[in-house]
Each structure stands twice: as structure tokens, then as C-alpha cells.
Design a protein around this ligand. Structure first.
Ligand SMILES: Cc1cc2nc3c(=O)[nH]c(=O)nc-3n(C[C@H](O)[C@H](O)[C@H](O)COP(=O)(O)O)c2cc1C
Length: 188
């Protein structure tokens, strides 16, 4: 089975650090044989969940915006990679807007999907940066929906280009992509 990997990039910076690492994840996944589709959430029209709860009866979100093109990709994906910066000690608003709208996905739609996390932050470590809060949110969220976090890559990088200067971090991102992209159903 060829895996379909959906990469949701939540930085507004095209050449930002989390995008640079996400691109290494994509390269690793492609090398492992997966098909990859990547979206820049910042460029998309994604409105906040308005808690109308219509989706609880219908399984369909009534807000007509770019989430309508993302929902089928989420359903199709074997693997979802969420990449982005730490903003104000947690995940970025761009990521949160998209994730809140997953409320409309019927029960079980995210179950057993593999998840990859890519995070960058300006401070020196996971704790002072608040990256730990982002990770805690991801862990709670994916435990709740029954999806498996297969791997995470995170590191300190502030200016555009900082991630690229860290070969070991770049290599870890590539290896995460290989791990996510490989088809475990094929013997050998
Ligand atoms: C609005 C804003 C808030 C930020 N908040 C934090 C923060 O709480 N902790 C931190 O370590 N870095 C913070 N940063 C720095 C970014 O996390 C860091 O530059 C990151 O590498 C940006 O990712 P990107 O290059 O993919 O856009 C912030 C940056 C911005 C623009």
C-alpha cells in the first residue's frame, strides 16, 4: 500500500524553520515511497469553529471555507504531519484554527492514523520556549481521538535559516519522514 501523507504547515513564513524541517520530512516520506500533499494553512481561508453543533447530527461542517477541501484529505491520509512554530508558549493560531474544525469529523475518522509533529521555537529549550505545552496539547488531542504520534522533531531556531544550520536536526526530520512514509504492510 502506498501511504498518503498530508503535511499541514502552520507557519506564515514560507522559508521559515518549521517549513524547512517539514520539507525534510516530506523528502524522507517520498523516498520511502509515500505520496505527499502539503498545505500552507496561513494562506488558506479557515474560519474558527462557531460551535453550531450541526456537525454532531450530520457529520458535516456547514462553514463554507477552505476546510471543505482539507476534510477529505484528512480522511484519506494515512499520516498527518503538523508542522509549525511555538507562538506564545503553545501552538500557533493557524494550527489551532484548523484543528478546532476537526470537531466536525465523525467519531473514529482520526483513529489509527499516524501523526508526525514538527515544532520550532526561538528560546533555547522545550521548557522555556513553551514547546512542551504544544506537545502536551498534541499528546492529549491524539490520545483522545485514538491516533498514534509516531514521532516528533523539535528544536531551537529563531531567524529564517536557523534550522538549516543544524544538520542533525535536519537529519532527524528526514528520518521521521522515512519512518512515516514506509509501508509497514509489505513483507520484508
Ligand atoms: C508571534 C510570535 C510568538 C512567538 N512566541 C514564542 C514563544 O512563546 N516561545 C519561543 O520560544 N519562541 C517564540 N517565537 C519564536 C518562533 O517560535 C521561532 O522564530 C520559530 O522558529 C518560528 O518558526 P517558523 O520559522 O517556522 O515561522 C514567537 C514568534 C512569533 C512571531
Amino acid at each position: 500500500m502506498v501511504k498518503f501523507v498530508l503535511v499541514l504547515k502552520s507557519s506564515p513564513r514560507e522559508n521559515g524553520n518549521s517549513n524547512t524541517l517539514a520539507e525534510r520530512v516530506e523528502a524522507g516520506a517520498k523516498e520511502a515511497g509515500a505520496v505527499v500533499e502539503s498545505l500552507m494553512l496561513h494562506h488558506m481561508n479557515i474560519r474558527p469553529c462557531d460551535a453550531c453543533d450541526v456537525c454532531l447530527d450530520t457529520g458535516v461542517c456547514i462553514i463554507q471555507d477552505d476546510m471543505q477541501q482539507i476534510y477529505p484529505l484528512i480522511e484519506k491520509a494515512n499520516v498527518i504531519v503538523i508542522a509549525g512554530p511555538v507562538y506564545w508558549f503553545t501552538i500557533s493560531a493557524q494550527a489551532k484554527l484548523c484543528i478546532d474544525r476537526w470537531y466536525a469529523l465523525p467519531d473514529g475518522k482520526l483513529r489509527d492514523k499516524q501523526i508526525g509533529i514538527v515544532l520550532t521555537y526561538g528560546d533555547t529549550d522545550l521548557y522555556t520556549s513553551g514547546g512542551i505545552n504544544a506537545i502536551h496539547t498534541f499528546e492529549s488531542m491524539f490520545r483522545y481521538v485514538g491516533a498514534e504520534i509516531t514521532g516528533m522533531v523539535y528544536g531551537s531556531a529563531w531567524e529564517i535559516g536557523d534550522a538549516e544550520k543544524q544538520p542533525e536536526l535536519m537529519q532527524r526530520a528526514y528520518q521521521l519522514g522515512q519512518k512515516l512514509g514506509i509501508d509497514q504492510t509489505t513483507p520484508g
